[in-house]
Design a protein around this ligand. Structure first.
Ligand SMILES: [Fe+2]
Length: 277
């Protein structure tokens, strides 16, 4: 097709994809082209603005390395991560809700025995966490694999501290034969998502703050159950209503109870959905 104009270009691109062998990819790319073109027409995108967008995405990619994931941050602050989580994790009532994965998970976290220390020297006030992993009928999820990761009292994850030689405030453990778990750690504090990259610049341009309310991250896996990726948020945090990544669910907010001896206790049970594949 020759002489495409601003209205016929969309159809011209779609016709060029007529032989795509992957049906799902074809669905996705077709919709992407439709929406991208409609978006450009709607805002009357200028050439300068397109180049600016390309530079922004280039910088986003260049900011990524094995410890920094700027594209996840971008998806998070635009609400795309939480939208995708919400669409793909509609569980029966009573199951623990999922929320965003975030950019700070690391494969191969240290294995910690039940009752062990997850903090491994990370700065913070002492905190004891306990709970139970059960299925939707209340049955114990025996030896569920639990991954936990969190920020320290200064609001940093270990991967944001280049001086560290070993992981801190992240661990992998197994629940006992009754689905129960407990571990020692530090009290997680609210933190700003990293603002020294293009996503930070975008937040400033949007007039938005970068803060996330205090939370622990959990990923829980067990055969016969859907993997649960979620957080437990700290009740009373000032950012629960304005989480920079839209991840807060009411059902995931828990009381972190300060004890007279200075320790904080957190108790939270997780209910996994049985998998049906
Ligand atoms: Fe986090």
């Amino acid at each position: 097709m020759k002489n495409v104009d601003q209205n016929t270009i969309t159809q011209a691109v779609l016709e060029r994809m007529g032989n795509m062998p992957d049906a799902r990819l074809k669905t996705i790319v077709t919709s992407l082209v439709h929406h991208l073109h409609d978006f450009a027409r709607e805002v009357q995108l200028t050439e300068q603005e397109l180049m600016h967008a390309i530079e922004f995405l280039t910088q986003t990619g260049q900011k990524c390395d094995d410890k920094r994931q700027e594209f996840i941050l971008l998806s998070d602050v635009l609400g795309l991560s939480m939208l995708t989580v919400a669409m793909n994790n509609q569980k029966p009532a009573g199951c623990t809700e999922a929320t965003v994965f975030g950019p700070f998970f690391v494969e191969g976290a240290p294995k910690v025995a039940l009752g062990g220390d997850v903090a491994q020297g990370a700065p913070g006030q002492p905190c004891s966490v306990s709970g139970r992993v059960v299925g939707s009928r209340g049955q114990p999820v025996v030896h569920a694999l639990i991954e936990v990761w969190q920020a320290d009292e200064e609001g940093f994850y270990d991967v944001q501290r280049p001086e560290l030689r070993a992981p801190q405030a992240r661990a992998s453990m197994q629940a006992d034969g009754d689905g129960r778990f407990h571990f020692k750690t530090i009290v997680a504090e609210a933190y700003p998502i990293p603002t020294d990259g293009p996503v930070g610049a975008l937040l400033r341009a949007m007039g938005r703050h970068p803060w996330r309310p205090a939370h622990l991250h959990f990923m829980i896996k067990a055969p016969g159950f859907e993997t649960l990726i979620t957080h437990v948020f700290r009740n009373g945090d000032q950012y629960l209503e304005s989480d920079a990544v839209f991840g807060v669910r009411e059902s995931l907010i828990a009381d972190w109870v300060k004890q007279p001896d200075g320790n904080t206790l957190l108790q939270f049970d997780f209910v996994l959905n049985e998998s049906h594949d």
